[in-house]
Design a protein around this ligand. Structure first.
Ligand code: CLF
Ligand code: SF4
Length: 315
């Protein structure tokens, strides 16, 4: 067992965090992630979300992308892991809510059969977390992001217009009660299963800005590993609300830091991003990607030569 501040992890979890570019700032320049855009549907309506685009609770707003079938996603993973061995995490982050799409589970099942040791990551609004958790555990999802924008239903009721729960629409505070309970119960159960949790929170001036510390306290009690406070991008029903300033966001992060570790290096990835989080290869030219492939091959060859040479010198 290895200890890190308030956490004790087995060797496996420790390695997963150390190689996760979002959970460990030191990992971001050495290891990459790949997102599979297999999950188009969502089961709630956040007021800052324009549903033609990717889920803004995790992704960059205003971005459309091609949806992959699970078989296409597997093919993409095969190619990427062979070309870019620094990719250590496969994630599903939209463009809708991963837990509201059966394709998420199918894609991860296919990938797991071929890559038994790759880290699986996912982001969700948490509505279906208690019910879907057994499937996530079975697939070996190791890291999970739950977006919590309020732990008070009166506040969450202003942020989310409705939730669609088991085919029934619950609006405002009524929907918020269901969602918050499922998020918190789901996190507790996931932590008991050894899943390492990140909480994302969208900072919405005038609505939840005075409340985010309460979220930090609530997630600390539930052993959440890290929190990522993101700035509102005014759009949709919240187009009239201003974005927080960088100083306001930083002050909120500082106020939450005593309760839960803060992620400050998020790059607001696309739901189809891959590569290092600072260098999205989905947006690169073929030529640039090829150069990176050649560089990786050369580095590997050099590493092998050095190992061989050292081996000979030692013997
Ligand atoms: Fe993807 Fe998110 Fe997993 Fe990372 S992203 S599902 S935890 S593997 Fe990372 Fe990208 Fe920020 Fe997300 S930098 S948007 S926090
Ligand atoms: Fe949009 Fe994501 Fe909210 Fe769903 S959970 S409504 S995709 S921001």
């Amino acid at each position: 067992m290895l200890e890190e501040e308030n956490f004790t992890f087995d060797r496996d979890r420790y390695r997963i965090i150390a190689e996760h570019p979002c959970y460990s700032e030191n990992a971001r320049h050495r290891f990459g992630r790949m997102h599979l855009a297999v999950a188009p549907k969502c089961n709630i309506q956040c007021n800052f979300c324009v549903r033609d685009f990717a889920c803004v609770n995790e992704n960059r707003p205003g971005v459309t992308m091609e949806i992959l079938t699970p078989a296409e996603a597997l093919e993409k993973v095969r190619q990427a892991l062979s070309d870019y061995p620094f990719i250590k995490v496969i994630g599903v982050a939209g463009p809708g809510d991963p837990l509201a799409n059966e394709e998420t589970f199918e894609a991860l099942r296919l990938v797991r059969q071929e890559f038994p040791n790759i880290t699986f990551c996912m982001s969700t609004n948490g509505l279906m977390l208690p019910e879907k958790l057994p499937e996530l555990v079975k697939l070996g999802v190791a890291t999970l992001t739950v977006t919590i924008n309020a732990v008070d239903p009166e506040i969450q009721g202003q942020i989310c217009e409705y939730v669609n729960y088991h085919g029934k629409i619950y609006r405002g505070v009524e929907g918020a009660r269901i969602q918050i309970k499922n998020q918190l119960d789901g996190i507790e159960a996931a932590v008991r299963e050894g899943i390492v949790i990140k909480v994302n929170t969208v900072l919405v001036p005038g609505i939840n800005d005075g409340h985010v510390v309460e979220i930090a306290k609530a997630v600390r009690e539930r052993e959440v590993y890290i929190m990522n406070i993101r700035s509102l991008i005014p759009q949709g029903a919240f187009a009239h609300i201003r974005a927080p300033t960088p100083e306001e966001r930083q002050a909120t992060q500082d106020a939450c830091e005593p309760y839960v570790r803060q992620m400050r290096h998020c790059r607001q990835c696309r739901a189809d991003a891959y590569g290092y989080i600072d260098q999205d290869m989905s947006q690169m030219s073929e030529e640039r990607r090829n150069l990176i492939k050649i560089q990786i091959r050369e580095d590997l060859e050099k590493a092998k030569e050095t190992l061989n040479k050292n081996g000979k010198e030692e013997s």
